[in-house]
Design a protein around this ligand. Structure first.
Ligand code: FAD
Length: 816
């Protein structure tokens, strides 16, 4: 029998002593958490951390991640002044553009770096060579430089974080393996190790590439796969007294460099990636003794990278190689971290750092520690939230296909509207074959095939946006937009996530979770948000009361796990155990018929009176359409008269075809999601993860109308009242007269030469004939009529803060 040397109780147990676990421990201690234990099955840093290349770059495609990496740099600077410095060296970094498209990306990044106060600026190829004299400039179009980027010793960083955590009382136990995690009533209750059992309230899985194994202990799927990642270190060949080189990235050639002593470290992202200890048929299975180990050198796969490195730095062909590293690192299906509380209460994850965990560790530790202490995210972390992954990732095949695709495109430019190509199709609506036969171009969301547009609708090509947005743009969207505004459009929204909430306390539960009053009687539909305790919008959906004790929630395709997970958490934490939450997404199709002729078309297929008084806006009825029993809800997300029709999947195709046939004479056409986007931007309907998220409150987002402050209580009410009284910023609509100058997110906005914010979302409004964007602006600058400037690929373009909504301000169409 093993002797118990670990404490028998702690509040928080962190599993994993790499940069992730030590940073979470450090930040929990900083927040004043006292009863924290960190366990590692081997030595600290003996997973992926010890063999990392240690480059720290701050600017990423995601604003939140950029802010997190900026925190990392601040922290590493500070730790460098401590008793355990991590060898932080602020050597700066250069990014080369070896193609004109990359130069566009760099200019775009320089633009939005301004909105973070980051010191990124364009430099000429010659200036890049002055800073990094070893490069050959063949094919270099331009470059940028950031002085505050740097490099750090990964193991020393983990040790410095561990030392900081220990100083504040965190207990660290190495050579202590977690074997089992126990749960009680849906929450973690203890961790069983080979040194004894520790009762606890919270477990943080910082297991890096081992995180899926740890997740399986509580039946939580964490879609991370260890991928082989390689770099080499050359012999020392540079003058040790010469100026230290900045890091260098040449993404078009898939390579990166940094100075190592007086030699170079060089690595890259191969086009022929290799998973380790996982394949298409089986989940990851890392050997129990795999610590402080590397994988065998794989020169064949590294050949192209080595060749590219010699083209960019010819010296690479002459110097010897001191060390070759092939180390496994946990990658996720979209190259973003896996953070946050899982479906098991108190079981958090902070893993899957996709070869940017050293740059991210400081920020990861901060946001995860804050999340644990607050019980909810303190920033908009949706892009990193474990709840973004749907059920498809249970499959090893699906997961590996996606991870392979993303790994191999790590350094590629990702254009707006770009679609993943691997592991498709997965989930399809009953109308999928019909769509295909009618020229549909599909996109994918949460594994669902959805129609973006139908290619045989031909519109005006002169409206193609300039720059990146033009790449995956189609004129078909205009045709579908105008049909919806002028006659009628039929949209297949079967992928919408749907849940049934039932039980004798269902009404009480929903009115606690939702900010609006969602209990208005059977047949009433209510638009609402679910708020967190800081009044941030956790979810945005509609609730329909379908029976005395039954409600149906409809939310976005990608939000099932997130939104229904939030409901589960609320049920668990606020004692609504008797309420049932059932995901019914796959049981029902959903078609939206929208437009001025939608009533006449539907009326020809049903005996139910569809007139405004008999079937008012925001009501729902069970009716028959073409002899098929459906639920029809009068609602719109495009700003037109219309219904969403929910029908059993088996009847889906027949119903679709009947509606299409009935609508032909009245101008009905099938339309796709891109048209919805254009239509909803004109109407100012908000999108979660677009203009609104857990960091924005309903008042600043213009959604105060959906908050029922008259209700005695609801989750987040106190913060909501405070938010209403102290608005600091406001979501505004900005229009641009030139419909081809279209921002699409993160571009800086300036007023009177001062940067005041960045664009959240943008697109084209074909009825108003303008480009449209939405952004949060300081309240004092937000009044309509004000001119703003937005930077598009290095050029400042004038826009106007407009009165919202941009289309049909008195809702004449919706309520007709
Ligand atoms: C070759 C290579 C180069 C890289 N270069 C860079 C770079 O330049 N810049 C950058 O930002 N990032 C880089 N990275 C990525 C970075 O190194 C990783 O993201 C980071 O180290 C991962 O840290 P972690 O704490 O998540 O995981 P790990 O360091 O793997 O820590 C996980 C720990 O969990 C422990 N553990 C697992 N199971 C159990 C259990 N059951 N009980 C107890 N303990 C357990 C393990 O022993 C391990 O120590 C690179 C990675 C590789 C492989």
């Amino acid at each position: 029998m093993s002797v118990s040397v670990v404490p028998t109780r702690a509040k928080i147990v962190i599993i994993g002593g790499g940069v992730g676990g030590t940073s979470v421990a450090y930040h929990l201690a900083e927040l004043g958490e006292k009863e924290v234990i960190l366990l590692d099955r081997n030595e600290l840093t003996s997973g992926s951390t010890f063999h990392s290349a240690g480059l720290v770059g701050q600017l990423r495609a995601d604003p939140t991640l950029t802010l997190m990496n900026m925190h990392s740099v601040d922290l590493y600077r500070k730790l460098q002044e401590s008793d355990t410095p991590p060898s932080w060296r602020e050597c700066g970094s250069i990014k080369l553009a070896s193609t004109p498209e990359r130069m566009q990306e760099i200019r775009r990044q320089i633009g939005w770096a301004k909105s973070f106060g980051l010191d990124l600026h364009e430099i000429s190829p010659q200036e890049a060579q002055n800073l990094f004299p070893l490069i050959d400039l063949e094919g270099v179009v331009g470059a940028c430089y950031m002085a505050s980027d740097g490099q750090v010793d990964p193991s020393q960083l983990a040790m410095a974080l561990a030392a900081g955590a220990r100083k504040s009382g965190v207990q660290i136990f190495t050579h202590t393996r977690v074997l089992e995690i126990k749960t009680k009533n849906g929450r973690v209750s203890s961790v069983v190790t080979d040194k004894g059992e520790i009762e606890c309230d919270i477990v943080v899985n910082c297991g890096g590439m081992y995180a899926p194994q740890i997740g399986r202990m509580v039946n939580v799927r964490i879609p991370i796969i260890p991928m082989s990642h390689q770099y080499l270190i050359t012999d020392n060949f540079m003058d040790p007294d010469a100026a230290f080189l900045p890091s260098l990235r040449d993404p078009d050639n898939l390579i990166y460099f940094r100075q190592e002593v007086s030699g170079l470290l060089m690595g890259g992202y191969e086009r022929n990636s290799q998973a380790w200890s996982a394949d298409y048929n089986s989940l990851d299975d890392i050997p129990a003794n795999f610590n402080s180990m590397l994988l065998p050198d794989d020169w064949d796969r590294f050949y192209d990278i080595a060749e590219a490195s010699q083209r960019r730095v010819p010296k690479m062909a002459e110097i010897g190689i001191k060390n070759f590293i092939n180390g496994p690192e946990g990658f996720t299906p979209d190259n973003e971290f896996c953070l946050g509380e899982t479906s098991v209460g108190g079981f958090y994850v902070a893993a899957g750092f996709c070869a940017h965990g050293i740059a991210g560790a400081g920020g990861i530790g901060k946001v995860v520690a804050e999340w644990i202490v607050a019980g909810e995210p303190t920033m908009d972390l949706w892009h990193m939230d474990i709840k973004r992954f749907g059920a498809s990732y249970e499959s090893p095949d699906f997961t590996l296909q996606r991870i392979t695709e993303n790994y191999e495109q790590y350094y590629d430019i990702h254009y707006p509207g770009e679609e993943r190509t691997s592991a498709r199709p997965k989930f399809v609506s009953p109308v999928y074959e019909w769509h295909k036969a009618h020229g549909a171009v599909f996109g994918e969301k949460a594994s669902w095939e959805r129609v973006n547009y139908y290619s045989n609708n031909i519109g005006d090509d002169t409206m193609r946006p300039r720059g990146w947005l033009g790449k995956y743009w189609s004129s078909a969207v205009q045709v579908e937009h105008h049909a919806t505004r002028n006659t009628a459009g039929l949209f297949d929204e079967s992928s919408f996530a749907k849940a049934q909430i039932s039980g004798s306390r269902a009404a009480e539960f929903l009115n606690y979770v939702c900010a609006n009053n969602v209990v208005k009687g059977i047949g009433k539909t209510v638009y609402t948000q679910a708020l967190n305790s800081k009044a941030g919008i956790e979810s945005d959906y509609t609730v329909t009361q379908t029976d005395t004790e039954k409600f149906m929630i409809v939310t976005g395709t990608a939000f099932a796990i997130h939104d229904f997970g939030w409901l589960e958490k609320m049920r668990r934490e606020f004692n609504f155990a008797s309420v049932e939450i059932e995901n019914i997404t796959r049981e029902l199709t959903c078609y939206a018929i929208m437009g001025p002729n939608s009533r006449a078309i539907l009326q020809s297929l049903t005996n139910t009176d569809l007139n405004h008084t008999a079937f008012p806006f925001m009501t729902s009825q069970e009716i028959e359409i073409a002899g098929i029993k459906v639920r029809a809800t009068r609602i719109t997300y495009v700003g037109e008269l219309g219904w969403e029709i929910y029908a059993p999947v088996v009847e889906g195709l027949t119903l679709w075809e009947k509606i299409i046939d009935a609508g032909k004479a009245l101008g009905l056409i099938a339309c796709g999601y891109r048209a919805i986007e254009s239509l909803r931007l004109e109407k100012g309907y908000r999108a979660w993860a677009g203009e609104i998220n857990s960091e924005t409150n309903p008042y600043e987002a213009g959604l105060g109308f959906a908050v029922a402050l008259t209700k005695e209580n609801f989750h987040g009410k106190v913060a909501c009242l405070a938010a209403k009284e102290s608005l600091k910023r406001k979501l505004v609509a900005i229009t641009f007269d030139d419909i081809t100058s279209v921002p699409f997110g993160s571009e800086p906005i300036r007023i009177n030469n001062k940067v005041v914010g960045r664009i959240k979302t943008g697109g084209q409004g074909y009825t108003i004939g303008k480009a449209i964007a939405y952004a949060y602006i300081p309240i004092e600058e937000s009044e309509p009529g004000r001119t703003v400037e937005v930077e598009l690929f290095g050029h400042w373009v004038q826009g106007l803060i407009a009165i919202e909504p941009l289309f049909d301000p008195i809702n004449e169409r919706v309520r007709s």
